[in-house]
Design a protein around this ligand. Structure first.
Ligand code: ADP
Length: 397
C-alpha cells in the first residue's frame, strides 16, 4: 500500500475529506459530512466504485469523524491497511505566524485559536476538526496547511492598507489573502508545464469564493482577498470590493447592525445579490430565460462579475510590468466556457487571441486555450487543493 494522507477540511457544519496518494495525485477515497448539528445530517462516502449515503442526526464534529472512520472500515479502505502517514488540515487563517505548513502541537493549536478573531467562521471549526482527529488518530502526525501561507510574504505595497499604522498594527490589520494553496499549486503546475522559472502569472481561482493573484516567478506579488475573503472579485454570495462607506451608510441610514451588514455582504450579495442565485450555472440558466427581467438581472450580474475580473487582470499586468500567462481554475474557471471567452474578448486590445476549439472544453488536465500568436498564453489548470495539502503535509513527516 502506498503512503497516503487523510486531508480534512472542516467547516462550521460540514467536514470534507479525501484519502490522497500524494505520489500519483489520486484520491483513493473521499466524502462529505453535511448538516452537522441539524435535525438530520448527511454523510456521503466514496471508495473505488462503492458509494454510501447515510442520513441520520450527527450531533457534532466528533461524531461526524467517528462515523467517517467507521465507514472507512466498513466500505474501505481499512484504516490499518490505508498506510496513513499524516492528517492534513486545511486552515483558512494563518495570520502573520505561518508562511508554510506546520506540524500541529499545543503551540500551533494555540495560534490557530488566537487567529479566530480574523476568521471567526473558519478557524474555530478547523480547530475542532484537529482536536477530534488527534483524539481518534493519536498516533498519526497532524499537519496544518494554511490558505494564507503563500501570501505571507506579499510585498508591503500589496500587503498594507493605507490605514493609520498604529491601529493597523494593534489589530493585525493587513491583507492576508486566501485560496493560497490553490494559487500556489496552479502557478507551480503552469511553471512545470511551460518549463519557465521567471514567468509573470495571473491566476484566477473562480469557485463559490473567487480570488485573483499576481505571481512573479515563485513569489506572490498581490492577491485580491484581504484581511478576510470578502475583498476583491465578485463571488457567489460575497460583494468583493465595495466602498467601505456603504457599511457606515447601512448602519446610519438603514439602521442595520454590524452583524446584519456582515451577513448581507458575505451571504446575500455577489451573484446571489445581483441575479438571485449564487450558483453560476443557475445564473447562466436565468440568462436564457424567456422573462426579460430575469434575463436582464442575470446579464448585469455577469457583466459586473466579468468587469471586475478584467479590472484585476489589467491592474496586475501593470503591477508586474507585464504578464506571460493568465490561468483559469476552480468550478467556474474550469467549466464556464462562455465566461472564459467573454473575459478573453475584453483582453483582445492587448493581443490576447482565444483558440475557440481549445476553449470549448472542460478539461481534467491542464490545457492552453489561447491561439498561437496570442500575446499572452491563456490556460485552464484544474486545481486540486487536497492534493496540494497532502503534498505539503508529507514534507513535514
Ligand atoms: P467551491 O468554492 O465551493 O470549492 P467550486 O470550485 O466547486 O466552488 O465552484 C463552484 C462554482 O462553479 C459554482 O458557481 C458552479 O455553478 C460553477 N460551475 C460548475 N460547473 C459549471 C459549468 N459547467 N458552467 C458554469 N459554472 C459552473
Amino acid at each position: 500500500m502506498p503512503k497516503t494522507v487523510l486531508v480534512i477540511n472542516s467547516g462550521s457544519s460540514s467536514i470534507k475529506y479525501q484519502l490522497v496518494d500524494p505520489d500519483i495525485g489520486h484520491a483513493m477515497a473521499s466524502g462529505l459530512v453535511e448538516r452537522i448539528g441539524e435535525d438530520v445530517g448527511h454523510l456521503h462516502h466514496r471508495y473505488s466504485l462503492r458509494e454510501v449515503d447515510l442520513n441520520q442526526p450527527i450531533a457534532d464534529h466528533a461524531q461526524a469523524l467517528r462515523l467517517v472512520l467507521d465507514l472507512f472500515d466498513e466500505v474501505g479502505p481499512h484504516l490499518d491497511e490505508a498506510n496513513i502517514v499524516a492528517v492534513g488540515h486545511r486552515i483558512v487563517q494563518g495570520g502573520r505566524y505561518f508562511s508554510g505548513p506546520a506540524l500541529i502541537d499545543d503551540r500551533v493549536r494555540g495560534l490557530i485559536k488566537e487567529l479566530s478573531t480574523l476568521a471567526p467562521l473558519h478557524n474555530p471549526p478547523a480547530l475542532k476538526g484537529i482536536e477530534v482527529a488527534q483524539d481518534l488518530l493519536p498516533d498519526i502526525p497532524q499537519v496544518a496547511v494554511f490558505d494564507t501561507a503563500f501570501f505571507q510574504d506579499l510585498p508591503a505595497q500589496a500587503a498594507l492598507y493605507a490605514l493609520d499604522r498604529e491601529i493597523a498594527e494593534k489589530y493585525s490589520i493587513r491583507r492576508y489573502g486566501a485560496h493560497g494553496t490553490s494559487h500556489q499549486y496552479v502557478s507551480k503546475r503552469v511553471a512545470e508545464i511551460l518549463g519557465g522559472k521567471d514567468l509573470k502569472q495571473i491566476v484566477l481561482h473562480l469557485g463559490n469564493g473567487a480570488s485573483a493573484s499576481a505571481i512573479d516567478g515563485p513569489h506572490a506579488m498581490d492577491t485580491s482577498m484581504g484581511l478576510t475573503p470578502l475583498e476583491g472579485l465578485v463571488m457567489g454570495t460575497r460583494t468583493g470590493d465595495i466602498d467601505p462607506a456603504v457599511v457606515f451608510h447601512l448602519q446610519r441610514v438603514a439602521g442595520m447592525s454590524v452583524d446584519e451588514v456582515d451577513v448581507l455582504m458575505n451571504r446575500r450579495s455577489g451573484l446571489r445579490g445581483l441575479a438571485g442565485d449564487n450558483d453560476m450555472r443557475a445564473v447562466r440558466e436565468m440568462f436564457r430565460s424567456g422573462d426579460h427581467n430575469v434575463r436582464q438581472r442575470a446579464r448585469e450580474a455577469l457583466d459586473v462579475y466579468i468587469n471586475r475580473l478584467v479590472k484585476y487582470i489589467g491592474a496586475y499586468t501593470a503591477e508586474m510590468g507585464g504578464v506571460d500567462v493568465i490561468t483559469f481554475t476552480a468550478g467556474i474557471g474550469e467549466n464556464d466556457i462562455d465566461l472564459r471567452r467573454e473575459v478573453c474578448q475584453r483582453l483582445q486590445f492587448f493581443g490576447v487571441v482565444l483558440d475557440e476549439d481549445a476553449n470549448n472544453q472542460r478539461p481534467r488536465d491542464p490545457i492552453t486555450i489561447s491561439a498561437r500568436g496570442s500575446s499572452v498564453r491563456v490556460m485552464v489548470v484544474p486545481t486540486n487543493e487536497e492534493l496540494a495539502i497532502a503534498k505539503q503535509a508529507l514534507t513535514l513527516v
